[in-house]
Write a protein that binds this ligand. Structure first.
Ligand code: NAD
Length: 275
């Protein structure tokens, strides 16, 4: 069985490692150490955001890692309050990261009440054109928000990063995005520790059958259903656990049973309400 991280080809021809490491709620002062640990474990895809306040720590870890820039995949995101000056906000992120390009730049939330996400997207199109973001995408976009971008702008987003785990699969927006060639990134892939996914019988039974942990089974479910994921953990042991998912596969019936956990509950805010 292939034991390297699979990659997905995005609609712009660039590839993205399907398994990465996310740094939401990683303290700025701890970020360099934690991301350095993640890189030592083997992660090469990092997901941060301006609002996390830890881009500099991510950049410091990259700078001291000795890993070629070309082997890394780095995503950051434009915060809502900066949708009106996305070009400056992007420059600030790049500077904090200490990089001359990012692999993926996302609009973090549509914040539709502010009425600026279409203009922000046009700025991201310019950033992509300049080569300083290889790919551009969105996050927390509902079908209506995607429809507006498709109707009013040139570039189809490469990804939509949305809250998604087995109990909240977001079928409607996911199916729409995939039809339009937009890849799905799943945030909160483990239920953020808020939803008791690991206690679900079908997860526990599959874990037992494969001699893996429930978290590994849930990450495998994401990979096999085509989602891009970057689970977060501050602990090196769990980082390693979450990365050790490449030497087994769930059966079709296990995947189907886990997909049956849909409960349609959101952990985060509704995309129409987060400003
Ligand atoms: P997650 O589902 O990855 O959950 C992280 C939590 O799960 C950890 O804090 C820990 O408590 C627990 N955990 C991790 N590994 C475990 C293991 N092996 N066993 C038991 N428990 C374990 O949630 P997340 O961090 O919110 O999401 C992942 C990433 O997605 C973030 O770090 C961030 O990069 C991104 N994200 C994006 C948005 C957005 O609006 N675009 C929002 C939230 C998160």
């Amino acid at each position: 069985m292939k034991t390297s991280v699979p990659s997905i080809t995005l609609n712009d021809g660039h590839t993205i490692p399907q398994l990465g490491f996310g740094v939401f709620k990683v303290e700025p002062t701890e970020t360099k150490r934690i991301v350095s640990d993640a890189l030592r474990v083997g992660y090469r895809h990092l997901d941060t955001a301006a609002i996390y306040g830890n881009e500099q720590g991510v950049g410091d870890a990259i700078a001291t890692s000795g890993i070629d820039r070309g082997e890394l995949y780095v995503t950051t995101k434009l915060w809502n309050a900066r949708q009106g000056d996305a070009l400056d906000a992007f420059d600030e992120s790049l500077e904090k990261l200490g990089l001359d390009y990012v692999d993926l730049y996302l609009i973090h939330w549509p914040a539709p009440a502010n009425g600026r996400f279409v203009d922000a997207w046009k700025s991201l199109e310019k950033i992509r054109e300049s080569g300083r973001a290889r790919s551009i995408g969105v996050s927390n976009f509902e079908e209506a928000h995607l429809q507006r971008l498709l109707a009013e702008t040139e570039v189809v987003p490469a990804v939509n990063q949305i809250e998604l785990h087995p109990a909240h699969q977001q079928q409607k927006v996911t199916e729409f995005a995939r039809r339009k060639g937009i890849a799905i990134e799943a945030w909160g892939p483990l239920g953020q520790g808020k939803y008791p996914l690991f206690e679900e019988t079908v997860v526990a039974v599959a874990a037992e059958a494969h001699d893996k942990t429930p978290a590994q089974v849930v990450i495998r479910w994401h990979l096999q259903t085509g989602n891009i994921v970057f689970p977060k953990s501050n602990s090196r042991e769990r980082m390693a656990e979450n990365f050790d998912v490449l030497d087994f596969a769930l059966s079709d019936s296990e995947v189907a049973a886990i997909s049956g956990l849909e409960r349609s509950g959101r952990m985060g805010g509704h995309p129409n309400d987060v400003n």
